[in-house]
Structures are given as structure tokens and as C-alpha cells.
Write a protein that binds this ligand. Structure first.
Ligand code: C2O
Length: 546
């Protein structure tokens, strides 16, 4: 095993997109940030040096960080942020994980530009469960604002209205041919006729689930969220913010030029942004036009599903299966039912500039009607470790305060969540099941829920209200897909299971950043087991202070 020592200098840098230049926060001046390539079993020591004027922290999305929450990264959850001028070294080891993950800022909306791929190869000599091509191409899908994303956030937080949607989707940082002033920078991927490559698709977008497709080419899915799947072939994938999906692509079409493209999938009624990002798959030695108008032939465009095509999105996710029999917990110790959804908070003065949500309200979001507020005086993990009172409480409700019909018209009284900083305690090694139910309040939405410190099995999902008497009988306890982020279907539910074998404070939240900012989050406190090897390690000496 190797030790990878790296420096991540957080620094502003002018980045030009859509005809205009914005001072963007970058890592080492790169946008997107550097790709980390490691092997299972390797260790990393990444010193983050903050030369920007914002607080920041970095999260290694999907890394389990066994007994080591101090390296997980979400600000005020496992650490205080790294202040301007300060630094912190994230030290962690990859323990029994391989595949595609990524890293991103976990501090307000800084992940809009601060993100990169984290690729974990198997241990030397350890095989893949499929024929691994020689070439591997990271595809980072992102969102670009034609303003400083922090100003977009500030506007949303101040006015209590929905955040402005981004101005472009991007592939590896570039909007592509369909956006203004972008054509000359469109990302091109040369490929040899007959060659097979692996695309490591990462949705680093802030707020948008995406459909992704390559014109005329089939994609064979082999991995999601660093867990192998039974391979299957599809012409389109749906990928939520936070998720990764590896696909194999064979250049078996007429030598030419083909667009790979992504655009929004969301079930909200309005197609509030239906633009499309593109990159070009270019066969080496593809024919060019002859004679007049000589030059490259226009690439073929893929057929992408409509922005509200929930049927295609659902059919895709329902095909995912763990690559072999999965060790799913069968006896459940903690049976949790979490509602996830939006809400609105009534304002005493609906005409206030801070109450620009629908009908003079402010947007909020919640789990079991609890809208999560970050503590500011310390991180939850530090407070928990030191037994410091007053930072959080442990009375997070395991079921919603009232049952209602989650598919229908919901009475206005249920629209108002309660704010608080609450955690839920889990015994070491408890077998946990969580049913996540979309409330459909304001609008049915797909909430991509991410759990830190764990991978879970997705044992079932469906539309409408979860039925505890009939639905569990249909759970897949044999080969359910293993993930770290799962979409709660719009107006539906999804059930996940995991063993609470990683002590520490672990954030669970919607990976749509606007929903996270509105409070769609909670924290699990997993207790230590007996003995040192079942307990959280001592915090590093350079852990930032609040
Ligand atoms: Cu990828 Cu809490 O985040």
C-alpha cells in the first residue's frame, strides 16, 4: 500500500465561461479540481491550505472513514471549517473500497467549483468482476452560474425564495457546443474504432438530477457509488447529485463524431432549465467533409428522455443489482421511517424582503418535520467526543410526528417544519432500516439522500405511501444495489439497510444543495463498541477550532 501526500491550495482564480469571467474558488488553480488516483488499501494525507476569503472544508464523498470521522469533512458536523489563512491535513486510509468516488467542498455552496474525481483501483493483482478496458475516462457533470454561486446562495438565504437555477450544465467543467461562447472549449474524447473504454460518470451538480447518454452508443453499467453491479446495457442513465455510475462503451458505430450529452431530470412541473451540456466522442480518423465546406462533420445528437420522464428514470434505477449475493442485514434492530420534503415557514410580516417564498413565506425542508440547523459554536462530532453540552440534542424523532397521506393535498398545518439541531443515537452494530418517504409537500420531488460514513443496500422502493404490511414482503434481500446516495422517488419511498458498524457523527442529507441549505438533513450518532478497535480514534492535533 502507498501513502499519497498532496496539497490542495484553495485559491480564487478567474475562470471564463459563457462569455464572462468570474473569480472562482479552485483547488490549485484547477477547475474542476485534481483527480486523485489511489488503490484499495492506500492512505492519503491531503493538506488543505485555505488561501480564499471563505471558510471551507473538504468531504471525500463515499469514503467510509472507519472510526475516523475527523477526516470526513462536513463543516460543523465532524469539524469546524478551515478559516482563511489556515490549513488542515485530512489523513485517511481506503479500507475495502474500490471504484469511482469524488471529493467536494462541504461548506455552503463552494462545491459549485470545488470538486474532483477520486478513483480507487483494486489492490495490485486483484481482478475486476468484469473485463476492464485499458482506458478510463472520468466524466464530471456539473453546474455553472454566470455569477458567483455564493451570491446566488446569499440571495436565496436572505429572501427565502428558491435559489436561481444554474446557467449551464457542464462536462468536465465545460458547457459544450449548445451554449454561448463555449464551442471552442467543448471537451473532446478521441476513441479508436473497436475500442472499449470505461466512463466514470460523476454528478457533481449542485441541484439537479441528470439524464446522460451518448449518441448511437449503448452503455453497460458495471458500478454505482463504488460498488459493482450486475452488468446491464442501456442507452441512457439517470444520475442524481452525489452519485457515480461507471459504464463501458464500445466504439462499434460508423467512424464519426457523436455527442455525449446530459440534461435535467426532475419531476417538478415546470421545465425551469431544459438546456443540455455536450462533449464529443471522436473516432480517430473519422472522415471529414470534402470539397466546399471542408471540415469536421457535425456530431450526431443523442435522444434524451424528457425532463419529467419519471418512468425512464425509475426503470433505470430498478435495474440496478449488486454484482453478487449481498450481506444484507435480515433482523432489524432500528426500524426508522423518515419523511423527506420541502416546507414553507410562515412569516409574521409576509411583505418583508426576507419572505419572498410563495405567498409571503420562506422555503424550508425537513426530515420528520425537523428542519436541520448547523451548530456554529462547535462541530457535533467534537461536542460529542468531548461531552460538551448545548451544541445538539439527541431527540431526533424516529418516525414523523403525524401520519398523513403523502401523495395527496396536504393540509397547510403540516407545511411548517420546526428548526433544530437534533441527532439520533444508534447502538454500535445495530441493524438499521430506514424508509425514506417523499412528503410531496409543495411539490413531489426526487430527493437524492446521502449518508456519510456508510454504504447501504437499497432493498425496495415504490410510488405512493409506503405500506409497512405489504411492501417489505417484496424487498430484495438477495442482491440489492449498494450505494451511498439514493433518490427518494417523487411522491414515493425507498428503503435502505445497513449495519451501524462505524462509530461517530454521520450526516445524512439531501444532496440537492438548496434543500440541504433549507434543512433537509439530520445526524446519526453511532456509539462506540467495546474496546479501542470498535471506537472512534483520537482527533488529530491540527483539527480546526471554531
Ligand atoms: Cu457529497 Cu454531505 O456530501
Amino acid at each position: 500500500a502507498e501513502l499519497h501526500v498532496r496539497e490542495f491550495v484553495i485559491q480564487p482564480k478567474p475562470v471564463k465561461r459563457l462569455c464572462r469571467t468570474h473569480e472562482s474558488i479552485t483547488v490549485n488553480g484547477q477547475f474542476p479540481g485534481p483527480t486523485l488516483e489511489v488503490r484499495n488499501g492506500d492512505s492519503l494525507a491531503i493538506t488543505v491550505i485555505n488561501k480564499a476569503r471563505y471558510n471551507i472544508s473538504i468531504h471525500w464523498h463515499g469514503i467510509r472513514q472507519l472510526r475516523n470521522p475527523w477526516a470526513d469533512g462536513p463543516e460543523y458536523i465532524t469539524q469546524c471549517p478551515i478559516r482563511p489563512g489556515q490549513s488542515y491535513t485530512y489523513r485517511f486510509t481506503i479500507e475495502d473500497q474500490e471504484g469511482t468516488l469524488w471529493w467536494h467542498a462541504h461548506s455552503r455552496w463552494l462545491r459549485a467549483t470545488v470538486y474532483g474525481a477520486l478513483i480507487i483501483y483494486p489492490r495490485l493483482g486483484s481482478p475486476y468482476p468484469f473485463h476492464m478496458p485499458k482506458r478510463d475516462i472520468p466524466i464530471l457533470l456539473g453546474e455553472w452560474w454566470d455569477r458567483n454561486p455564493m451570491d446566488v446562495l446569499r440571495q436565496a438565504q436572505f429572501t427565502g425564495a428558491a435559489a436561481n437555477v444554474s446557467d449551464a450544465y457542464t462536462i468536465n467543467g465545460q458547457p459544450g457546443d449548445l451554449y454561448r461562447c463555449s464551442r471552442s472549449e467543448t471537451v473532446r474524447f478521441p476513441i479508436f474504432p473497436g475500442e472499449t473504454v470505461q466512463l466514470r460518470v460523476i454528478n457533481a451538480g449542485l441541484n439537479q438530477e441528470l439524464f446522460f447518454s451518448v449518441a448511437n452508443h449503448q452503455l453497460t453499467v458495471v458500478e454505482t457509488d463504488s460498488a459493482y453491479t450486475k452488468p446491464f446495457t442501456t442507452s441512457v442513465i439517470m444520475i442524481g447529485p452525489g452519485q457515480t455510475t461507471n459504464v463501458l462503451l464500445t466504439a462499434n458505430q460508423r467512424p464519426g463524431r457523436y455527442y455525449m450529452a446530459a440534461h435535467a431530470y426532475n419531476s417538478a412541473n415546470a421545465p425551469f432549465d431544459n438546456t443540455t451540456t455536450t462533449a464529443i466522442l471522436e473516432y480517430v480518423n473519422a472522415p471529414t467533409r470534402r470539397g466546399r465546406g471542408r471540415g469536421q462533420i457535425a456530431p450526431v445528437f443523442p435522444v434524451l428522455p424528457g425532463f419529467n420522464d419519471t418512468a425512464t428514470a425509475t426503470a433505470f434505477t430498478n435495474r440496478l443489482r449488486y454484482w453478487k449475493r449481498a450481506p444484507v442485514p435480515l433482523q432489524i434492530d432500528e426500524n426508522l421511517f423518515f419523511t423527506v420534503g420541502l416546507g414553507l415557514i410562515n412569516c409574521s410580516n409576509p411583505n418583508s424582503p426576507r419572505c419572498q417564498g410563495p405567498n409571503g413565506t420562506r422555503f424550508a425542508a425537513s426530515i420528520n418535520n425537523q428542519s436541520f440547523v448547523l451548530p456554529r459554536r462547535n462541530s457535533i462530532m467534537q461536542a460529542y467526543y468531548q461531552g460538551m453540552p448545548g451544541i445538539f440534542t439527541t431527540d431526533f424523532p424516529p418516525v414523523p410526528p403525524v401520519q398523513f397521506d403523502y401523495t395527496g393535498n396536504v393540509s397547510r398545518g403540516l407545511w411548517q417544519p420546526v428548526k433544530g439541531t437534533k441527532a439520533y443515537k444508534l447502538k454500535y452494530k445495530a441493524n438499521v432500516q430506514i424508509v425514506l418517504q417523499d412528503t410531496s409537500i409543495v411539490t413531489p420531488e426526487n430527493h437524492p439522500m446521502h449518508l456519510h460514513g456508510y454504504q447501504f443496500y437499497v432493498v425496495g422502493s415504490g410510488f405512493g405511501n409506503f405500506n409497512p404490511r405489504t411492501d417489505p414482503a417484496r424487498f430484495n434481500l438477495f442482491d440489492p444495489p449498494e450505494r451511498n446516495t439514493i433518490g427518494t422517488p417523487p411522491g414515493g419511498w425507498v428503503a435502505v439497510r445497513f449495519v451501524a458498524d462505524n462509530p461517530g457523527a454521520w450526516f445524512m442529507h439531501c444532496h440537492i444543495d438548496s434543500h440541504l441549505g433549507w434543512g433537509l438533513a439530520m445526524v446519526f450518532l453511532v456509539e462506540n463498541g467495546r474496546g479501542q478497535l470498535q471506537s472512534v480514534q483520537a482527533p488529530p492535533l491540527d483539527l480546526p477550532r471554531c
